[in-house]
Ligand binder design. Structure first.
Ligand code: ZN
Length: 82
């Protein structure tokens, strides 16, 4: 995973996330991939995402993965793909 530092991490997706979004939107397996990527990314105690991917680097839920999936689904829902 690329590390992002020195840039505001607000609601603006990083270039890597934008590329991944484009890739997912162009993929016929988008829904399946999104489902798999999102699996396990659920809020736990203190609203921390419980997915093991965040071990050692906790992320609040919704974590960047969930936000990315929401972004992809939002774009797809607007008829960007298909
Ligand atoms: Zn997560």
């Amino acid at each position: 995973m690329p590390t992002v530092s020195g840039h505001g991490q607000g609601e603006v997706p990083s270039p890597a996330m934008v590329r991944m979004t484009d890739t997912l939107l162009a993929s016929p397996d988008r829904l399946l991939i999104c489902e798999r990527l999102r699996a396990g990314h659920v809020p736990g105690p203190g609203e921390w995402c419980t997915h093991p991917a965040h071990v050692g680097r906790p992320e609040h839920h919704p974590c960047p993965i969930v936000r990315l999936m929401n972004l992809v689904e939002g774009l797809a829902g607007r008829g960007h793909a298909a």
